[in-house]
Ligand binder design. Structure first.
Ligand SMILES: NC(=O)C1=CN([C@@H]2O[C@H](COP(=O)(O)OP(=O)(O)OC[C@H]3O[C@@H](n4cnc5c(N)ncnc54)[C@H](O)[C@@H]3O)[C@@H](O)[C@H]2O)C=CC1
Ligand SMILES: O=C(O)C(=O)[C@H](O)COP(=O)(O)O
Length: 384
């Protein structure tokens, strides 16, 4: 069997090699011709799998029976077009949700440090409380922040849970985190959910983060507000028009990264493993590999904290030992200068430096440091 995989999928050969010949193609170059003879296609989010691609693939002699995306988001997949052709489909729900939460916590801590404040005084509004948003909600609440959620589909399905309307949340929050999927129609559409009117209404000093999908936020309206008054702090990981993003907007935001919030090795491997398992089930083969077989030991597995550090300084130190979001912000800025915006955006992602999740680090501390343990555990570390 011939399996076409996005070249940016770790452990692809090891996992999908169990099905047959694995051919790696850069995600943006997967077209009908490259699918000639293929029975399985494994992508990430940058390959649009729609009727046009499937028709071109059929003309080139593909006999697709399985399509999998090793990502949480599915807006790049026309699932109706697959189902019409009887092609099995699977995505990887939740695979990199922990990594996105690490990214957000790391970014909030950096903004607070730059302002000389602490994040535990902030009121955080989370828009989209699914695998990512709900984990973020729990982590931030455990860290002592005041958080509220907006999720109309969940509000309808779970009348016992407390959710807030978007406008109410925007008024209340001084930090707004967007974690919605891109949904283009229907009662809960998210395209430009944060439109010009809502962006203009944000109170000065609000911190705005988007790690969902770029099209959920009107980037032109945000650029105009930042250019006019510069009174918001912004963290953008996702953008309209990726990879050729608005360079003017990139320069104006405080933390600008190239859609890597979920790019921990753990998150990527979890995605690969979930799709490997789905593909094996589709072809009625045994699932032999687990995440433990794929994930190497982390380069830093244990850290011993000395005495006397204030709690949030200790936390920042542990976070930076595992992941420092400034690396990705600086990396994108450098790549944009060296290679131009679109190529630079993809170059940083294709050659992404190793990153592990907070949970891979065990923090040790002496008896007098025990009071730090709850904070570190709340942030996602293991302590002993
Ligand atoms: N920046 C990155 O690297 C990553 C981005 N993502 C994006 O984040 C999105 C969310 O991920 P998950 O939480 O895992 O997905 P999920 O499907 O578990 O949750 C999405 C949540 O959004 C809610 N929602 C839908 N429409 C809404 C609306 N109009 N307003 C508010 N909430 C709404 C849903 O009810 C659901 O609870 C993904 O669809 C993907 O597009 C995911 C992983 C990595
Ligand atoms: O899982 C998702 O959804 C994401 O947004 C991915 O983390 C994005 O990764 P790529 O598909 O861009 O490699």
């Amino acid at each position: 069997m011939r399996v076409i995989v996005d070249a940016n999928i770790p452990a692809a050969e090891r996992c999908f090699g169990e099905l047959g010949e694995v051919v790696a193609v850069p995600g943006r170059e997967i077209d009908g011709a490259s699918l000639a003879g293929a029975e399985a296609l494994i992508v990430r989010s940058i390959t649009r799998v729609d009727a046009a691609l499937l028709e071109a693939a059929e003309r080139a002699g593909a006999r697709l029976r399985f399509v999998g995306t090793c990502t949480i988001g599915t807006d790049h997949i026309d699932q109706a077009a697959l189902s019409e052709r009887g092609v099995d489909f699977s995505s990887a729900p939740g695979c990199n949700a922990e990594a996105v939460v690490d990214y957000v916590v790391s970014s909030l801590a950096l903004l607070a440090e730059r302002e000389g404040t602490s994040i535990d005084q902030r009121r955080v509004g989370i828009v989209g409380a699914g695998n990512v948003g709900e984990r973020l909600y729990r982590r931030l609440m455990a860290l002592g922040l005041d958080c509220r959620r907006c999720d109309p589909p969940r509000a309808e399905a779970e009348p016992g849970e407390r959710f807030y309307g978007l406008d109410e949340l925007c008024q209340w929050a001084d930090v707004l985190c967007l974690h919605t999927p891109l949904v283009c129609g229907g009662p809960h559409a998210t395209h430009h959910l944060l439109d010009a009117e809502r962006i203009d209404a944000l109170a000065p000093g609000t911190w705005l983060l988007n790690a969902g999908r770029g099209d959920c936020l009107d980037g032109t309206a945000l650029r105009q507000r930042l250019a006019m008054s510069g009174d918001l702090r912004c963290v953008l990981d996702v953008w309209e028009g990726e990879p050729a993003i608005d360079e003017g907007l990139r320069r104006l935001v405080d933390i600008a990264t190239p859609h890597i919030a979920g790019y921990s090795l753990d998150g990527k491997l979890r995605g690969t493993q979930q799709i490997y398992a789905a593909a094996m089930r589709c072809f009625e083969l045994p699932v032999r590999l687990s995440l433990d077989d794929l994930a190497p030991p982390p380069p830093l597995s244990r850290l011993e904290l000395g005495r006397g550090l204030p709690p949030w300084d200790a936390l920042r130190l542990c976070m930076r030992a595992v992941y420092d979001v400034r690396r990705d912000h600086d990396g994108l800025a450098r790549m944009a200068i060296e290679q131009g915006m679109a190529r630079g955006f993809d170059a940083w992602r294709a050659d992404y430096p190793l990153r592990r999740e907070f949970s891979t680090l065990e923090v040790a501390m002496g008896m007098d440091g025990r009071s730090l343990a709850p904070l570190l555990v709340a942030a996602g570390f293991r302590v002993n």
